[in-house]
Design a protein around this ligand. Sequence first.
Ligand SMILES: Cc1cc2nc3c(=O)[nH]c(=O)nc-3n(C[C@H](O)[C@H](O)[C@H](O)COP(=O)(O)OP(=O)(O)OC[C@H]3O[C@@H](n4cnc5c(N)ncnc54)[C@H](O)[C@@H]3O)c2cc1C
Length: 476
Amino acid sequence: MTEVADKGRPPARPAAAAAAGGAAALPAHQSAVAQLKRAYAAIPPGSPVRLAKRTSNLFRFRGDAAGPGLDVSAFDHVLRIDPAARTAIVGGMTTYEHLTEATLAHGLMPLVVPQLKTITLGGAVSGLGIESTSLRSGMPHESVLEMEILTGDGRVVTAAPGGEHDALYRGFPNSYGTLGYALSLTIELEPVTPYVHLRHFRFSRPEDCMAAIAEIALAGSYDRHRADFVDGTMFSLDELYLTVGAFSEVAPWRSDYTREQIYYQSVRGPSEDFLTIADYLWRWDTDWFWCSRPFGVQQPLVRRAWPRRYRRSDVYRRLVAFDRRHRLTAALNARRGAPRNEDVIQDVEIPVDRGADFLRFFTAEVGMSPVWLCPLRLRGERTWPLYPMQPGQVYVNFGFWGTVAQPPGASDGHYNRRIETTVSELGGHKGLYSTSFYSQQEFWARYNGPEYAVLKGDYDADGRLADLYDKCVRGQ
Ligand SMILES: Cc1cc2nc3c(=O)[nH]c(=O)nc-3n(C[C@H](O)[C@H](O)[C@H](O)COP(=O)(O)OP(=O)(O)OC[C@H]3O[C@@H](n4cnc5c(N)ncnc54)[C@H](O)[C@@H]3O)c2cc1C
């Protein structure tokens, strides 16, 4: 820990200021849009369309080896920040790392900043991001004021609430690039302080932890600590923590989990902590939550030898993708005669009053730990047809990312299927960034097939982009 006595905002960094574009940014963006439109039109009908991006946070690897795609590198820029109006115009493929670098320089941040540095704004809006501000501020798409979208049928349209393309604006979240690609988005920002003051609260029963979440949702605080940020970690059914963060102008000390200490272990104690706002936003990225463990990075000797700049979620994700592509671990396990492992990498949302039931089911039948807990609720009354959440209802997102040995004779997706069924029984939903095993009928019942079909007809009538079921379940 480093002792600090300073007050005030982190200094504006020249690189961050440059990232916010300047006067030339909007004309350059317009010419990039025209070029992309031409490149899209040049793809022969019937050929698969995909984005050529350097990074991805999807956990479906089947598409990784597909041929060249649309070059969207021109869309990773913040085009304009208006500090007075607290808004930003942002390229659709801008990573949150670049976006927050630019906004923090103005003492501002997006209302929801997903935890992994290379998640992009367009990816979080079309694929549903969440984070520890989601109990207060909902999901990233709820603070989008308008979007410029290249539609599947090759038009570039502006989708905004109440406008001509209102249906596309509302149907874009959870469409995963199957209706079109967001090229720029205008988003709301909120002011930050230089530090976040964390308190970790321990619970010895999931029911008590869920009751505390319900209390925070009503009161906006816990034990007189303001809940600007709330998330949690379950190690076992009798060891759960909620971490409640409050914006703070001062920090009597501050921790740094990009070095020897590891953030997820810190929640076990001491019960109070301070981080700079940037370190808070990226607290989970350094160790990809806890998923850096298989690489040895959490062992002190390996950690010291592993360069700090490579302690990042995108580096680990690339290592996993390499392993999957070359089937290294699978071949090793087969040679050892070890049981087949199933990937159980999912985020699910459960109404808070059924959250304890989910944790008890998950511990008994899947048994992976830790589990990430993140409460959320829609920010307003507006609903989003492809991901039907109830306004006013508090949900808890449970995130679990690992592998489990399959029982003998079990079919592919044994655990994932059990999870899908239980999530539905408990009135919840499952995110679609990873593998899914739903039948077509069940999938369209859960993700509003009728409304999706209308949108597909209006914006991609010739089906140039894969449809949502083919993409998220069949992995096309
Ligand atoms: C281990 C793990 C943990 C995760 N935890 C969280 C979490 O806690 N919080 C959270 O918010 N998310 C989390 N995610 C999920 C992540 O937010 C989604 O996978 C998101 O869609 C990834 O966005 P990306 O920008 O990396 O896009 P990509 O991975 O490149 O693409 C994702 C999908 O979005 C589409 N897409 C990308 N850009 C655009 C665009 N501009 N317009 C339209 N469609 C587009 C792509 O076609 C693709 O279908 C997690 C994922 C993993 C693997």
